[in-house]
Design a protein around this ligand. Structure first.
Ligand code: 6PG
Length: 249
């Protein structure tokens, strides 16, 4: 998979979010029709906030059966749920508090606890509800990912041991560049998704996007996002500001 070949570039963040919302609606309707439930993994950070607000708004909210939606989190910072840095808090404020998602369908990572045991318990919760065949990772219907300026996805940062995790579904590790622990879903889980949407917006990402799209002549992997090997559908949604000169590649 070449990242550059998976790009969909939009004039601005509103157009990008409308496209992402439409994909979520289509994926959710197909999942609920096929399996009676849609399991969605939310991305954290700041980029997805406007998408979540859009989905909770009058244009989109009625197109998704929120009572049959299970909400999961791809990663979490080591803070309590009410902390300003919490990915759970961001999603709750932007979307979940406005929607009729049953509280039992919202699965927060308890990152205020010991990170290793919180990661283990989160994986156990995933197993309980998605119960994949023995030896296989869970298949979420939709996984949303953001992209860090260093090419990280979820909380899989350059140079951290979680990048090499091939069996655990959720892990915790210290991210020395941040000086904190993070909890994150691992590559086997992200790769197993039926649909992976990578959302990238703003000129602050133009440099990493250009790096990724122009590639490395040796073909070596330089950034965590380049480790993705999606088994399902993968789309990279960017706005023009992030796509920058890469759009001409
Ligand atoms: C997090 C996210 C992380 C995020 C990227 C991009 O917890 O921070 O899960 O992977 O998606 O860092 O963040 P922005 O969208 O804020 O640029």
């Amino acid at each position: 998979m070449r990242l550059a070949d998976c790009r969909r570039i939009f004039p601005d963040i509103d157009a990008l979010n409308a496209a992402a919302a439409a994909r979520w609606v289509g994926i959710a309707q197909a999942a609920i029709e096929a399996r009676g439930i849609c399991h969605v993994v939310l991305a954290g950070g700041s980029t997805p906030r406007a998408l979540y607000e859009m989905l909770a708004g009058p244009t989109w909210r009625g197109h998704i059966d929120w009572s049959r939606t299970q909400i999961w989190f791809g990663d979490e910072r080591p803070v309590p749920p009410e902390h300003p840095d919490s990915n759970y808090r961001m999603a709750r404020e932007a979307m979940l508090a406005q929607l009729a998602v049953p509280p039992d369908n919202i699965h927060r990572i308890e990152a205020e606890r010991d990170p290793v045991s919180a990661a283990r318990d989160y994986a156990a919760r995933i197993a309980e509800l998605l119960h994949p065949p023995h030896g296989y990772p869970p298949r979420f219907d939709l996984v949303l990912l953001g992209l860090g300026p260093d090419g990280h996805i979820a909380s899989l940062f350059p140079g951290t041991p979680l990048l090499d995790e091939k069996s655990a579904w959720v892990g915790a590790c210290e991210v020395s560049q941040l000086g904190v622990w993070r909890i994150s879903m691992t590559l086997p889980v992200l790769d197993a998704a039926r649909h992976l949407l990578l959302l990238t917006a703003g000129e602050g990402k133009a440099a990493i996007v250009h790096e990724l799209v122009s590639g490395d002549v040796t073909g070596r992997v330089r950034y965590p996002v380049e480790l993705l090997r999606p088994a399902g559908e993968f789309e990279w949604l960017l706005d023009r500001a992030a796509a920058g000169s890469a759009a001409d590649c």
